[in-house]
Design a protein around this ligand. Structure first.
Ligand SMILES: [Zn+2]
Length: 341
């Protein structure tokens, strides 16, 4: 076990500081996952539950069904979340660099805000890169939660290089995750509410958890059920950060335009049928979007220099998506570190 931890520290230092080519990051991204089964009990407990079929649709699920062809059969229950949080709290007790929000049985599931903060090299005189990771905004996109926890696993193992301060909100729609439902329990889409002038109690709690201090980088982890390729939705000029980062994935896994070109419009199959041009590809896997009230645009409005939504594909194997999603998130952090003055 000890050798494994040391090797992972080296792997991460390598991944974040010294890698010019995608191949090296690919190797680095795979290693931490290989160690998960032995080191991260919380991931193991989630994995066990992932064979459970999708929960029976409740009233809201019936109104807002998963898209046709959804490959999502992953399910997290309230019991799993509690177990997960207990295990993580025990795992990091006594660690000054890792803090977790408290689990309270009194707080209803749809009011819970789970938060983890990891600070590397607390005593360094260099200001840290401030990174926000959010997952589970849509309850039927469970990989966001797992990737957020994989990042906890990677960064909590310790790493070298420039200091990083990670704030992780892994399950913003806990209730939705527990019932495999995209939307909040009131039927609203959380990722369209962040610009509401009179925010609900739920949105207010999320904003409080995020705070008002701008981040350098924010990654909101989502999934796209009907796709076979990843894409990143950017906000404004990002100095090529996302385009460099996504090269960590093979070209075959980077989204192409509807007509097969590297650039151009990408549509979405939604409840109202096919909506063309919802996204505009600037390069394979790199897009802008017309969606309003997203977490990404909220983060950008707060002054976050590099704000993104990451979309994993639902039509490739879940384990492969998980590996590649972690690689992509790590590459985004590495590129942000490179651009930090
Ligand atoms: Zn989503």
């Amino acid at each position: 076990m000890k050798t494994r931890v040391v090797s992972r520290i080296l792997v991460l230092a390598f991944a974040l500081t010294s890698i010019p080519s995608g191949y090296a990051v690919a190797a680095a991204g795979v290693r931490p996952l290989g160690a998960l089964s032995c080191e991260a009990n919380f991931s193991a407990s989630l994995r066990a539950e992932r064979v459970v079929p999708v929960a029976a649709p409740d009233e809201v699920n019936a109104r807002f069904p998963n898209p046709p062809g959804s490959a999502n059969t992953h399910h997290f229950s309230a019991v799993t979340f509690k177990k997960l949080w207990r295990e993580m709290t025990a795992r990091f007790s006594g660690r000054s660099d890792v803090s977790l929000s408290k689990w309270s049985d009194q707080t209803p599931l749809d009011a819970k805000i789970l938060k983890i903060k990891i600070t590397s090299r607390e005593n360094s005189s260099t200001p840290p890169l401030r990174v926000l990771i959010t997952g589970g905004v849509h309850g039927n996109e469970p990989l966001g939660l797992l990737t957020a926890l994989d990042l906890v696993d990677v960064f909590a193992s310790g790493f070298e290089g420039r200091p990083v301060e990670l704030t992780i909100l892994p399950a913003l729609n806990v209730d939705g995750l527990a019932s495999n439902r995209r939307r909040l329990s009131d039927g609203q889409d959380l990722n369209r509410l962040l610009d509401d002038e009179e925010p609900s109690a739920k949105v207010t709690r999320i904003k409080e958890a995020i705070g008002t201090q701008p981040f350098d980088l924010s990654l909101d982890l989502h999934g796209s059920h009907e796709r076979k390729q990843f894409f990143v939705i950017k906000q404004g000029d990002d100095r090529g950060l996302a385009e460099r980062a996504i090269r960590v994935l093979p070209n075959s896994l980077r989204l192409k335009a509807d007509n097969g070109d590297d650039t151009g419009p990408v549509g979405v199959s939604g409840l109202r049928g096919y909506e063309p041009g919802r996204y505009q590809l600037e390069a394979p896997g790199i897009s802008t979007s017309v969606n309003k009230g997203t977490l990404k645009s909220y983060m950008s409005g707060l002054g976050t220099r590099y704000a993104y939504t990451l979309e994993y594909p639902g039509q490739i194997s879940f384990e492969k998506a998980r590996r590649e999603n972690l690689k992509l998130a790590l590459a985004m952090i590495r590129e942000a570190l490179r651009l930090q003055p």
